[in-house]
Design a protein around this ligand. Structure first.
Ligand code: SF4
Ligand code: SF4
Ligand code: SF4
Length: 247
């Protein structure tokens, strides 16, 4: 039987999602069971033709990226948005809230060749078959999804908050101890890795669909955070999703 054709694509991001894939021996074993057509961090080439599975990393920030993404979608049977840049705009989408020209001038000497627009998630332009959230995504989730796809099963996205896994692990709750934590409003599936190490959840897997953001804001304000502090925390990974909230 022919091996499934798999491709990795990268748009605007730090490429950390690809690095995370390479860091996991189990993922490397799985890659042996497929035909890897492209993997930009290892080798940049543009294989034409159809793909069975594509993992697409990064936000979309230019018309050229949008067109490329639409072409990839047309040629792909099952498309996974890989990481928070791809699922929500991620870190690059912080620029959607800033004076872009001012930021560009602070970072680059020559800004004449820059032409990016707002950083947007893949779903703004195409249908995504699976959103693998996280900055970077969780390796176990990656392995589970990859195995399901190789077995021709449709993988299921986690739809519970970080608190569920955190409570199962019987971690002391950071909120109850007077600290901040975005666990109640953030997509779970990372095994609550941050609160398990006494670090607040910063919301890297993005907000749950029915997240009670207003309640989370009230909790933060009671602990003395200002609206500016809150805005900075909330827009860090999924700013566009929070644009509609009164921050
Ligand atoms: S989701 Fe995070 S790790 Fe992945 S490309 Fe974006 S910034 Fe990098
Ligand atoms: S520490 Fe954070 S993630 Fe864990 S239960 Fe408390 S609020 Fe939820
Ligand atoms: S606990 Fe929160 S910040 Fe940490 S990996 Fe999970 S979703 Fe991301």
């Amino acid at each position: 039987m022919a091996k499934p054709k798999v491709g990795v694509w990268s748009f605007t991001g730090c490429e950390g999602c690809q690095v995370e894939m390479l860091n996991c021996p189990e993922i490397m074993d799985l890659l042996d069971k497929v035909k890897v057509m492209r993997f930009p961090i290892l080798e940049e080439r543009d294989e034409k033709g159809k793909y069975d599975i594509c993992f697409v990393e990064g936000a979309i920030t230019t018309k050229e990226e949008e067109e490329k993404l639409k072409d990839v979608r047309k040629r792909t049977n099952f498309l996974v948005a890989l990481g928070t840049c791809a699922t929500y705009g991620g870190i690059p989408s912080i620029k959607n809230f800033l004076d872009e020209k001012k930021v560009e001038k602070t970072v680059y000497r020559n800004t004449s060749y820059l032409h990016s627009e707002k950083a947007e998630p893949l779903e703004k332009f195409i249908k995504v078959d699976y959103n693998m959230r996280g900055c970077p995504p969780d390796k176990d989730e990656f392995v589970r999804v990859f195995k399901d796809l190789l077995l021709e099963k449709k993988p299921k996205e986690p739809d519970f908050p970080v608190c569920v896994e955190c409570r199962k692990k019987e971690n002391p709750c950071l909120l109850e101890q007077g600290h901040f934590c975005l666990g109640p409003v953030t997509h779970g599936g990372c095994d609550a890795v941050c609160p398990s190490n006494e670090v607040m959840c910063h919301g890297c897997r993005g907000p749950l669909k029915d997240a009670n953001i207003k309640r989370e804001i009230e909790i933060f304000e009671k602990k003395g955070a200002t609206s500016e502090d809150l805005k900075r925390i909330l827009i860090k990974f999924a700013g566009e999703k929070f644009r509609t909230c009164d921050l």
